[in-house]
Design a protein around this ligand. Structure first.
Ligand code: AHR
Length: 639
């Protein structure tokens, strides 16, 4: 291939081009990004008296445990508590454990900040809280005194004297068996946090937060996804139940098979987006729920005549986010929660995947929300979620459509935006990922081709597609890889960009591609000759120029199984060297079949980007070999 980089800047690159879609799926929030270590910490959204309500809790030395709502809870939002009955005859410490999110990481040098509520009509002795291994080694311990008839909040810090060898650790709570024999003690609203990202209270798990932040995403679409919608109207994601004291957040029966604590709530998301330097894209609930995922006819839709309260709710939510702290009702509430200054918000996404309920969306739901929000907040830009071909009134200017598919679909469709009509509308690829090698069923199961982890082949195909998005970023204003996170011990969707357990984390090939594309951003697309087209596949590329740094980027995906050489010609002067960051297979032979290889928790660094500098002795040209199944970003500096 002879490839010429010209001096022709075709258009600006949208500053929001790369980012993430977020929802609590795969324990991405509770048990993932949210730093809380105790699972089912406040018995939210469970049925008292059931075994399920005791999820992650287990008796220690014969105590009898049950979750009850028969005694008052620690708050009206948290009516359930743990009833601990101590047998009449017992020796030694007795109580219960929380097993965490499939284990607890115990690290020497960390301070774990904990709290719990307790009350008892009959017991007033000491409670001992500890971090222990399942084999009985105690790493840290504290004694709490002052239990009485009324709920009392106890706070404590645990400082392990050593690190545990593995995650098989528990949070243990005991009383002295002799002192407590025959007595009943109630416990509620536990919490245990390790150090968090940027030291934020109620904050994020450091390794996951740092990994996401290191890709410098510029949009953060939240809170879903299906998890916005609820399985019924009442179990939808309710913004006002995710704010304030943790004791005032009831949690919810969420969409992905486990309860959400909502500890990661609206303010936490907005602060996190600010920490990332990302533009929030707020998904608002627009009148549908998902009763049964596989049967669209069962999805409840709010009739037009009953929509107004939900529209008002969204108006309140937006006022909470951007309203004046002194003069608006919800702005005042935000200020009372510690945030005086309004947040920056300009993108509102109306619903999620409303192509599945297009009739009511086109007939009244889109119009009702857009008209009401637009009247109060004319600065807002709305994103529709119907099929791009669905006519809406008012006509949409931005549309989100999701793409989960096979490598060949992504490479074939890498040019779809070249022909996108330049008619003032813009596209948001609000969820995308290579999910399967099965062209006929990209959302099937693993035996039929679904990926367990992102693969190098998939990442190269995503990169090919991303060159098309970036080259057309006058019409593709944003994109969001999805889903983001996966707890390997409990998940609903593969593949995901980051996979982890209680202590380990693996960055996938797709992660590295997102990072390589996102941190190496031009301000303008630079025309090349030829342009990347289906005829030049399996090489796909986009060139860009950053007019603030005078850096030229050439992003190239080679989705083929052979190395390919390009003779690159330059219409402009550069310094005498370039740098290339490349991700490719450790085994270059197509025979090895390793193009489908993945980073896994067991082999987390099998495929990582490698950066090299190379000399460019001639002022206007150089050759570069793009390895088989690879993604490369070449950086050139204008003198
Ligand atoms: O990303 C997983 C799911 O895929 C999202 O919740 C939904 O929007 C899409 O169908």
């Amino acid at each position: 291939l002879n490839l010429r980089l010209t001096t022709n800047l075709t258009h600006e690159i949208s500053p929001t081009i790369y980012g993430y879609m977020w929802e609590d799926i795969n324990h991405s929030g509770d048990g993932g990004l949210y730093g809380e270590l105790l699972q089912n910490r406040a018995f939210q959204a469970v049925l008292p008296g059931t075994q399920n309500a005791l999820n992650s809790w287990q008796p220690f030395n014969g105590a009898r445990l049950s979750v009850t709502s028969k005694t008052s809870g620690v708050s009206s939002s948290l009516p359930n508590s743990l009833e601990v009955t101590i047998p009449k005859v017992v020796a030694g410490p007795i109580g219960f454990d929380n097993t965490g999110f499939w284990g607890i990481k115990i690290q020497e040098g960390w301070t774990y900040k904990g709290s719990l509520y307790a009350k008892s009509d009959t017991f007033s002795g000491a409670i001992t809280v500890s971090l222990k291994s399942v084999r009985g080694t105690t790493f840290a311990s504290k004694s709490l005194t002052g239990v009485s008839k009324n709920w009392k909040k106890f706070t404590f810090e645990l400082e392990p004297t050593a690190s545990a060898n593995d995650d098989n650790n528990i949070f243990n709570v005991v009383v002295d068996g002799k002192a407590a024999a025959g007595k009943v003690i109630h416990f509620g609203m536990f919490s245990l946090f390790p150090p968090t990202f940027r030291g934020r209270e109620n904050g994020m798990r450091i390794d996951l937060a740092e990994a996401l932040a290191a890709t410098q995403p510029s949009i953060w679409r939240f809170p879903g996804g299906n998890n916005l919608e609820g399985m019924s109207f009442d179990t939808r994601w309710k913004w006002n139940e995710t704010i304030g004291r943790l004791e005032d957040r009831p949690g919810r029966t969420a969409d992905w098979g486990y309860s959400n604590t909502d500890g990661l709530g609206l303010l936490e998301y907005l602060n996190w987006a600010e920490d990332l330097g990302a533009e929030p894209i707020l998904g608002v609930w627009d009148g549908i729920s998902i009763a049964n995922y596989s049967d669209l006819s069962t999805w409840p839709v709010v009739p037009e005549a009953e929509l107004q309260p939900y529209i008002d709710d969204v108006l309140n939510e937006i006022e909470f986010i951007i309203g004046d702290a002194k003069t608006t009702k919800w702005g005042k509430v935000r200020a009372s929660l510690g945030r005086e200054e309004p947040y920056a918000l300009k993108f509102i996404e109306i619903g999620n995947e409303d192509q599945f309920q297009p009739a009511s969306y086109a007939a009244y739901r889109w119009k009702a929300f857009v008209t009401a929000i637009g009247a109060k907040y004319p600065q807002m830009e709305f994103i529709a979620t119907s099929l791009p071909s669905t006519a809406l009134d008012p006509a949409y200017k931005k549309i989100d459509f999701h793409m989960y598919n096979s490598p060949s679909w992504f490479t074939t469709n890498a040019f779809m935006f070249d022909d996108y009509p330049r008619n003032g509308t813009q596209f948001f690829v609000g969820e995308y990922a290579v999910t399967s090698t099965n062209d006929a069923n990209a959302l099937g199961d693993i035996p039929s081709g679904r990926l367990a982890y992102p693969t190098l082949q998939g990442a190269a195909a995503e990169a090919a597609f991303m060159t098309g998005m970036e080259r057309n970023s006058d019409v593709v204003f944003a994109s969001a890889y999805a889903p983001s996170l996966q707890h390997i011990r409990s998940y609903q969707w593969t593949p995901d960009i980051l996979t982890y357990d209680a202590s380990r984390l693996v960055k996938s090939t797709s992660y590295y591609v997102q990072q390589m594309f996102s941190v190496n951003r031009g301000t303008h697309v630079l025309a090349t000759s030829p342009s990347s087209t289906p005829d030049t596949a399996p090489l796909f590329w986009v060139a860009s120029f950053n007019n603030e740094t005078d850096i030229i980027f050439l992003k190239v995906s080679n989705t083929g199984t052979s190395d390919l050489v390009a003779n690159i010609f330059l219409d402009f002067p550069i310094t005498g060297f370039g740098t290339a960051t490349s991700i490719s297979s450790p085994a270059l032979s197509p025979i090895s079949g390793l193009f489908n290889v993945s980073n896994t928790l067991e082999e987390p660094e099998l495929i990582i980007p490698v950066a090299n500098s190379f000399a460019i002795p001639q002022p206007d040209r150089f050759n570069y070999t793009f390895p088989a199944t690879s993604v490369t970003v070449i950086t050139l500096q204008s003198p």
